[in-house]
Design a binder for this molecule. Structure first.
Ligand SMILES: *Cc1c(COP(=O)(O)O)cnc(C)c1O
Length: 566
């Protein structure tokens, strides 16, 4: 076992493999890609997360697109090994036992980044406590806070039980794990005796902590009433001793805690840094733009094309810039293979009769209002007429709505309704139970990736980066990474809207829908059907310009120089 961990990476969710349901979406997939690139780079890092024994949920959709949720059943011991250690955390008056499972991420040269998945379903715990590591983002405030005690405080204790005593940096991916700050303070207090003040301890902790924020709206941050926090954390002295400072406004805000305790804070794209600076005034906030793990997200066909033409692209993603000299035909052929696999999957699983030769648009992400899943259907007659006079279209959707997001669920039903209206004119499929495997099929297999979030709510977005590595261009609202990425007409197309700042939501959406339609009608669809070389040149540019930059190999090296070893 590699005992020499210098960076501990804490995340409520980590996408390890498609079938291990310890992720719900972008945050978790990013965490997985980060650790995969850390393993490739040989960084002495470990990941800490919760087991999520029953997952986020399995999505079922009925004929009307009505979503129901079921627990996921997965054979934990087929994928994970017991780490062989236990720790105890105090919740209210209870002593809750935690043990850990281990998953090894193996880098390209064999270096291992272990991930520890915390589990409370063991003998000696009360029935309720045994459920605490079951559901990702399930349960009420109390359940969530208990989970965060397990993750932050239990996570550190498990690391100590494993013998990891010389960790230099604690990286909090989003605010969920920030209770680890109290545990570090408690450790310091114990090591140093009681002579020093909490302020001195927190100054030490601050030199160790790195915080990446992902959520550009205040409603998205975990906050708990001070009374609830005091009850749950009653045995945690660093909390009670500093309760007045850490609970301004009578609430414990885990994002504030992470901000206050970190010497390096970053947003996940340049624009998101600016948004975060407004949201959290008084903090120094930098940015490191997200990326994706290039090998993981390249389709099988693209992998072999790159292996062939750019032999060292896997060790050095910068090499993807040389895709600029791959022949159009080779790119097109590799794309056709990926498209074939997607169309086959969709026809088999969604019973829809899609056609390989028809231009295929893709949209997959969490179904929630700010993503504006249905923006493309703002004017169905317009879309119908575009498809009939510019060239045929088909559209593939996927994505789950959070169980309590009724507006998100309504969006899925709306797509099913429109799917029936458009019927054979524009074939539409909604692939149920979006996960990493479906994402990998979709981002490589469609011809155009659509993204229509309401700015500035897309902190970064990563699915468009995955598409780009596969030569699939984006037509996207200018938000998140796309502001840094888009070179109009060269790497893809922007749904830009200079007037948006002064107008309210509905007119903005209509205006953006108009841009989306007019670019499809006047530029993109005609190019796809009548100027194939021009289209493939854009595909190729996306690989060369984005694949070589918007990857987690570049991203982790920025974390190393700006945050970890500074
Ligand atoms: C990449 C990915 C996401 C994140 O996509 P965004 O474009 O950032 O919304 C969500 N879910 C899965 C399964 C993914 O693979």
């Amino acid at each position: 076992m590699n005992n020499d961990i210098s960076i501990a990476y804490f995340s409520m969710e980590i996408g390890l493999e498609s079938a291990i349901p310890t992720y719900s979406g972008g945050l978790g997939v990013l965490a997985g890609d980060t650790l995969r690139s850390a393993a490739d780079a040989g960084i002495a890092m470990a990941g800490i997360t919760l087991l999520s024994r029953k997952g986020y949920f399995r999505q079922r959709l009925d004929e009307q697109g009505q979503q129901t949720e079921e627990p996921v059943h997965w054979p934990v011991d087929d994928y994970l090994l017991p780490a062989g250690v236990q720790a105890i955390v105090e919740i209210e008056d209870r002593r809750v036992r935690v043990h850990a499972w281990r998953y090894d991420i193996k880098g390209r040269s064999g270096h291992i980044v272990p991930v520890y998945l915390l589990d409370t379903n063991i003998d000696g715990n009360l029935d309720y406590d045994r459920t605490l590591t079951d559901y990702l983002y399930g349960g009420d405030d109390y359940y969530r806070l208990c989970q965060e005690v397990i993750l932050g405080i239990g996570g550190i204790r498990i690391l100590r039980a494993l013998g990891h005593t010389s960790i230099k940096r604690y990286h909090m991916n989003e605010g969920h794990p920030s209770l680890l700050v109290f545990e570090r303070m408690a450790e310091l207090k114990q090591q140093r005796g009681d002579g020093r003040s909490n302020t001195e301890h927190i100054d030490t902790v601050r030199r160790e902590c790195v915080f990446t924020t992902h959520t550009p709206v205040s409603a998205g941050h975990d906050r708990f009433p001070a009374a609830l926090a005091s009850r749950v954390l009653k045995q945690c002295n660093p909390f009670s001793d500093t309760a007045d400072e850490v609970c301004p406004n009578n609430e414990l805000n885990l994002t504030r805690l992470a901000l206050d305790a970190s010497y390096y804070i970053n947003g996940v794209a340049r624009k998101h840094r600016d948004t975060s600076r407004k949201l959290f005034e008084g903090y120094q906030i930098d940015f490191i733009t997200n990326g994706v793990h290039a090998y993981t997200w390249a389709s099988d066909a693209m992998r072999s094309l790159f292996d062939n033409k750019i032999p060292d692209w896997q060790e050095d993603n910068l090499g993807l810039r040389y895709a600029i000299s791959i022949r159009y035909d080779d790119i097109w052929q590799a794309h056709q293979q990926a498209k074939h696999r997607l169309i086959e999957y969709v026809n088999k699983n969604c019973n829809v009769g899609m056609d390989q030769s028809v231009m295929t648009l893709g949209f997959a992400r969490r179904a929630t209002p700010y993503k504006r899943t249905t923006l493309i259907f703002t004017d169905i007659d317009r879309l119908r007429s575009i498809a009939s006079h510019c060239g045929p279209l088909q559209i593939i959707f996927s994505g789950k709505a959070h169980p309590r997001d009724n507006d998100g669920k309504a969006l899925i039903r709306e797509i099913f309704r429109i799917k029936n209206i458009l019927n054979t004119e524009i074939r539409i499929a909604y692939i149920p139970d979006y996960d990493m495997a479906i994402a990998r099929l979709m981002i490589a297999g469609v011809d155009l990736w659509i993204n229509t979030p309401l700015p500035p709510l897309e902190a970064s977005g990563t699915s468009g980066m995955k598409a780009a590595i596969n030569g699939v261009p984006s037509l996207s609202v200018l938000d998140g990474w796309w502001i840094e990425g888009c070179i109009e007409g060269v790497t893809g197309w922007a749904i830009s809207n200079s007037e948006q700042a002064t107008k309210t939501t509905p007119p903005v959406s209509n205006h953006e829908a108009e841009i989306l339609y007019s670019k499809l009608e006047n530029i993109i669809i005609p190019m796809y059907y009548h100027n194939r070389d021009a289209y493939v040149e854009i595909m190729r540019n996306a690989i060369a310009i984005y694949g070589s930059f918007f990857n987690t190999e570049r991203m982790i090296s920025q974390y190393v120089t700006k945050a970890y070893f500074r």
